[in-house]
Design a protein around this ligand. Structure first.
Ligand code: TTP
Length: 644
């Protein structure tokens, strides 16, 4: 459900940056011989040449589209190069693309708050950088303006033929412009610099939208692609929305958008202007009604959330048509493979980013033979997540069993599974203070060098209790051919913050004037002069996964049936953000702590003194447990408590 938030009082400069035909670019960088050739990336599935998931711009000229199969693409573009997505564990392996996305994010994140919205797109809040540029080196004092900036599309600006760049230059340097437009002009310069930097350092092009809020920036970034940027001055918003079909607007693609069309006769977002706020609230409730009223005026207060890491990890696989899974054994086989991947990814997240996931969710799509109640869907099921591949596999299989029981009800009929996915969500930072304990344990384990080597400890120390209220609605319904992007998005690379997050954000200062030095370096020129010396910057992720064989009782699972909400809540897709612009789930909603009551003193006493001290210092005031429970394992000692 969209959330209505008023715009902050002071004008912001927000950019949405989206990579161009991203997987194709990654493959072209890997194999420079592909550059300039019509290219598409296909899902490994060999049926009719596999499904296209990314289409390069050269291939688009021939009419090749993402919805096509490889065979069809070959028919209309015989020279097309079809590159298969790497495969691991019998399914697509997106690590190459995740890591490539991280490279770009690290560059884009240097000028302001950065929210990674999917595997290949980010939002940037450039307000501070733009304000600083405006006060120190406003566009009107720049001797020269970079060609890449002059190629910007400024909505509402009348441009013709050769005068285009001149008109843009004038617009950027208007001394009589209002403060908002001046900020946007600075934003355009900053974004062009970032895009150029990304190109030179990663060899990837991207497109961008620059506006006063996320909604408008996102709309704008898709308007001129590839390798271009579009600016949305406030004065152009009305015209932009007047001709924007409702279905093109994020959050209006589904039922709400359909209802607007059928119930209110609204086809374009601007058509909403004819309805009063009260009328819209009457139809859709106070929040959604207000949100609709706002968006029809280009108002959207969503904040750019500082987040470079995904809020969940997910992986899935589809089994279309005859490939449907029809036996428990075949389902278990796939569940195990998906869990293996998920376990590796969350372990890597823990090792590299010190983040733990708390909820495991399984979702499936299923059918029944001779279905008497076709409306009944396979319910998504969640439970607290226990670390360790074997445990995750056990729990996921139990979630599946539970879902299947509910799905079949009392019917004894044949069934088939056409898609399976699992997700780890409710990710939070590891509590402070655990570090030295981990180090201690590492030291105790011969030849251990990574956090994962202390796996037994972390696995046991991770939250296993179900005391946290499970809010996550589970996993995205992942169709590998159709929703591959979301799947990828949910699980973007984990090595981002170890490489970049610690970097202080660089400010734009007087160096802005240097734009004249790169006048000859527009993105077009890059392509003209580019040679084949592309180098791969991918950083191999150190990965490890530890299998945990110890048994434990199966945690209660939770059912989620509202799939629309599920789709919205998982992954890099827009977060729930509270009125202060904070991310509800992992930052402000709760923090993990340790319940001293649950720590068995006899175990505590076995730890070295400095570790004991550290554990005791976690608590204010330190409180010696006096409620030890005989026979309880270390699993219970560090169970999470929810702080009010
Ligand atoms: P997009 O940004 O939607 O598309 P794109 O980058 O390929 O092309 P454009 O220049 O038009 O933005 O998706 C980013 C990557 O995500 C894309 O390269 C491949 C992957 N993806 C899928 O695997 N399946 C999908 O259905 C979509 C939409 C994307």
């Amino acid at each position: 459900m969209p959330i209505a938030r008023p715009e902050p009082q002071n004008a912001r400069v927000i950019a949405h940056v989206d990579m161009d035909c991203f997987y194709v670019q990654v493959e072209q960088r890997k194999n420079p011989d592909l550059r300039g050739l019509p290219t598409a990336v296909v899902q490994y599935n060999s049926w009719k040449g596999g499904g296209l998931i990314a289409v390069g711009y050269e291939a688009r000229k021939f009419g090749v589209k993402r919805s096509m199969r490889g065979d069809e693409a070959k028919r209309i573009c015989p020279n097309i190069q079809l590159i298969q997505v790497p495969v691991a564990r019998g399914k697509a392996d997106l690590n190459l693309y995740r890591n490539a996305g991280s490279e770009v994010v690290s560059i884009l994140a240097t000028k302001g708050r950065c929210e990674r919205a999917s595997i290949d797109e980010v939002y940037l809040d450039l307000t501070d950088a733009a304000e600083m540029m405006l006060s120190e080196t406003p566009p009107e004092v720049l001797e020269e303006i970079d060609e890449e900036v002059l190629k910007s599309h400024v909505l509402g600006l009348h441009v013709e033929g050769n005068e285009r760049e001149e008109n843009v230059r004038e617009w950027l340097r208007r001394s009589d412009a209002d403060h908002q437009d001046k900020l946007l002009a600075c934003g355009a310069i900053i974004v062009a610099q970032l895009r150029m930097k990304a190109l030179y350092e990663t060899k990837f092009t991207c497109s961008a939208g620059i506006a006063h809020n996320k909604m408008l920036a996102k709309l704008a970034s898709a308007m001129h692609k590839p390798a271009q940027q579009t600016v949305v001055p406030s004065s152009s918003v009305k015209d932009l929305l007047a001709s924007l079909p409702v279905k093109k607007m994020k959050q209006l693609g589904g039922k709400l958008g359909s209802s607007l069309q059928t119930d209110l006769g609204v086809n374009n977002v601007g058509d909403l202007l004819q309805f009063s706020q009260e009328k819209l609230q009457e139809h859709y409730g106070v929040n959604t009604g207000t949100w609709l009223w706002n968006i029809s005026r280009g108002i959207s207060g969503d904040a750019v959330v500082d987040r470079l890491l995904p809020k969940s990890h997910g992986c899935g696989k589809t089994f279309p048509g005859p490939q449907a899974l029809k036996t428990i054994a075949s389902v278990e086989n796939w569940v195990n493979q998906l869990c293996d991947e998920l376990s590796e990814r969350i372990q890597s997240d823990l090792d590299q980013n010190r983040r733990i996931a708390h909820t495991l969710t399984l979702h499936a799509r299923a059918f029944k033979e001779n279905d008497m109640e076709p409306q009944r869907k396979f319910p998504s099921k969640s439970c607290p997540l226990r670390y360790g591949t074997t445990k995750i596999q056990e729990d996921a299989v139990k979630l599946f069993d539970s879902g299947l029981r509910d799905f079949l009800g009392s019917q004894h009929v044949g069934w088939g599974i056409t898609s399976l996915s699992i997700a780890a969500s409710k990710i939070s930072d590891l509590p402070q203070g655990t570090c030295s304990i981990l180090k201690f344990l590492q030291g105790k384990i011969p030849s251990s060098t990574s956090l994962s080597d202390a796996g037994e400890f972390h696995k046991e120390s991770l939250p296993l209790s179900s005391t946290d209220d499970v809010q996550s609605k589970g996993c995205t319904v992942m169709d590998e051919e159709v929703k591959h992007k979301e799947l990828a998005s949910e699980a973007a690379s984990n090595d981002i913050d170890t490489i970049f997050q610690a970097k202080p954000l660089k400010r734009i200062g007087s160096s802005v004037g240097k734009t004249k030095d790169v006048r000859k370096s527009s993105i077009l020129k890059f392509f003209q002069s580019s040679n084949s010396s592309f180098h791969t910057m991918n950083k191999a992720c150190e990965r490890s996964s530890l299998d945990q064989a110890s048994s434990s009782s199966f945690p209660e699972c939770e059912e989620h049936s509202d799939l629309e909400q599920i789709d919205e809540q998982v992954g890099f897709s827009e977060d729930r953000i509270d009125s202060d612009g904070h991310h509800n789930q992992t930052r402000n909603g709760y923090t993990w702590g340790i319940n001293m009551e649950n720590i068995d003193p006899s175990v505590l006493d076995e730890l070295p003194m400095e570790i004991q001290r550290e554990i005791r210092e976690w608590f204010h005031p330190p409180k010696r447990a006096n409620t030890s429970r005989k026979g309880s394992s270390i699993v219970h000692y560090f169970s999470p408590v929810k702080k009010g």
